[in-house]
Design a protein around this ligand. Structure first.
Ligand SMILES: Nc1ncnc2c1ncn2[C@@H]1O[C@H](COP(=O)(O)OP(=O)(O)OP(=O)(O)O)[C@@H](O)[C@H]1O
Ligand SMILES: [Mg+2]
Length: 238
């Protein structure tokens, strides 16, 4: 297996038609799980989209020391990045299995059955329901389909935008446990945006706090969980 992915982001800026959202972002995504926290509108989704090559950006993004071209999503996927966007974006009229197969479009055809078997091993729930139409799966199950579909491209860096949004607590735990296994056992580096701050920090290794387009805190997940500022702003306790 290739070494685990390491992403370095230097002075990144991005925005929409002339108005800037992200300014001077320096982050480092090392093997393991890195979480990005921050209030609504802080720019978290914009950051993941800019890293995935889905929108213009300036600054430097290096994957394992080599520059990633801006605004070139296909190259990003080929180099091993996968993004599970907010809101899942499944094909509701296709089966779970068909949705997963579409996620493997860039892996060699001969490798797809192995990826599919791995996806069913990681997400046993989906194996049972592989013939069900994706649109009829529960919200939590659909989120699992979205993550499993991203895993079909055999990513080295998996980016997740609020994977637990709208899920019941038990489903959040199940999903985060799977993400943890993907990171620990399969050696996939994970960068995750989460509003479920306590649970996210309890599975993560490191975290960044993004506010109004800037990184305002960076530390180990344990340290962030224990910090007064994080507790006050994000955990509702002092
Ligand atoms: N397509 C767009 N066109 C113009 N402005 C946008 C667009 N998408 C996002 N924005 C703006 O960029 C800023 C950051 O949005 P972004 O979606 O990155 O925030 P976020 O941190 O992901 O918020 P949330 O927690 O609500 O998902 C917001 O002010 C938003 O209105
Ligand atoms: Mg968002």
């Amino acid at each position: 297996m290739s070494a685990q992915a390491h992403l370095q982001v230097k002075s990144l800026g991005a925005g929409y038609s002339g108005f800037s959202v992200l300014r001077d972002i320096d982050i480092e995504v090392r093997p393991g799980i890195t979480v990005i926290l921050g209030p609504n509108g802080a720019g978290k989704t914009t950051l993941l989209r800019a890293l995935a090559g889905l929108m213009p950006r300036h600054g430097e993004v290096l994957l394992d020391g080599a520059l990633l071209p801006p605004q070139d999503a296909t190259t990003c996927v080929r180099r091993g990045l996968a993004l599970v966007a907010e809101g899942r974006q499944l094909f509701p009229q296709m089966t779970v299995r068909e949705n997963l197969e579409l996620g493997g479009w860039l892996v060699p055809a001969g490798e797809r059955p192995r990826r599919l078997a791995q996806a069913f091993e990681d997400f046993p729930r989906l194996k049972e329901r592989n013939q069900q139409l994706a649109g009829t799966m529960s919200g939590g199950e659909q989120q699992m389909v979205a993550v499993a579909r991203a895993m079909m491209s055999a990513p080295r860096l998996l980016m997740l935008d609020e994977p637990s949004l709208g899920l019941a607590p038990r489903m959040v735990d199940e999903l985060l446990a799977i993400v943890q296994r993907i990171a620990r056992q399969q050696g996939v580096t994970v960068l995750m945006v989460e509003q479920n701050v306590r649970k996210a920090l309890s599975v993560a290794d490191r975290g960044y706090v993004l506010e109004r387009g800037r990184i305002v805190a960076a530390d180990g997940a344990k340290e962030l969980l224990a910090s007064d500022a994080i507790r006050r702003a994000y955990l509702g306790t002092a």
